[in-house]
Design a protein. Structure first.
Length: 274
């Protein structure tokens, strides 16, 4: 009997990740023989240890904070959406031992927003907090939903401005510092920062939250995240954690690796999301 194929997720920190649980359910549902593990790798060791994983027979990796841009540099080839994002969250080993880099984050986010949450983004003003690899992966598909405007706000304004300029051909998008977002409420506010891992919330005006605002935290936990708590305290219409995005992007990665698409419904239900 052949040994199960090896997959995993690499990040730093990574112990909080539910990806092994999710991919384990996908594998059982689709009758795939695989093992999926957590790999805590520091930025300075990322390249060497990821290449070692594939040299030892690994078949694919998910990539999370803070390695998504480094993964884009490591891959031999990028899909169009990963190339556009300049960030990779999925590495696939080809038969010729070359690495394909893809980004399924945007697919996961828009699928969760539209299919699972029933949220309409077209003609709405959208605020994204953070200008790192997580944001890079979702701007193109978000703009594809035809919002009125996407504002990218970041602690360092220059990074947000530069990132927005890369996607200006796709729609109305601009970048600014947290302090320059203003006080006008947005219809959708998405937290793409890792501030919640240290219990913090991006330093933006509470005026960006109105009683009609839908808030979404790309981070996830069984209890309320700091951003979700902050948003609810400021009277948003509703606030969601990123469980659906996590499951939907994982399904897209699984499909790339195994050639079979799992059903996300039972996994969302197992996580208490349905």
């Amino acid at each position: 009997m052949n040994a199960p194929d090896q997959y995993g997720v690499v990040g730093h920190p990574i112990s909080h990740s539910w990806s092994p649980f999710i991919h384990g359910l996908f594998a059982k549902q689709t009758d795939q023989s695989l093992v999926y593990r957590l790999y805590d790798i520091t930025p300075e060791n990322f390249r060497v240890q990821v290449l070692e994983f594939f040299t030892r027979g690994g078949r694919g990796l998910n990539v999370t904070v803070p390695h998504k841009e480094a993964a884009a540099e490591l891959a031999n080839e990028l899909t169009a959406r990963a190339d556009r994002a300049g960030a990779v969250n999925t590495l696939v080993l080809h038969e010729d031992n070359s690495l394909l880099g893809d980004n399924t984050d945007g697919f996961g986010l828009v699928t969760d927003l539209s299919k699972n949450l029933g949220l309409t983004v077209s003609h709405q003003r959208v605020l994204i907090l953070g200008a790192g690899g997580a944001t890079r992966g979702v701007i193109e598909p978000l703009l594809g939903m035809e919002p009125a405007e996407v504002v990218i706000a970041n602690r360092t304004a220059e990074r947000a401005i530069n990132l927005a300029s890369l996607f200006a051909d796709l729609g109305a998008v601009r970048g600014c510092g947290f302090e320059d977002v203003g006080d006008e409420p947005f219809e959708v506010v998405i937290n793409a920062t890792a501030a919640g891992l240290s219990g913090a919330v991006p330093n933006v005006s509470p005026g960006v939250i109105g009683d009609h605002t839908v808030c979404y935290d790309m981070s996830y936990s069984k209890s309320a995240t700091p951003f979700v708590t902050w948003a609810i305290e400021r009277g948003c219409a509703r606030a969601h954690k990123g469980w659906g995005m996590l499951v939907e992007q994982a399904a897209e990665s699984f499909t790339l690796w195994r050639g079979i698409r799992p059903d996300t419904g039972p996994v969302l239900a197992a996580l208490g999301m349905k």
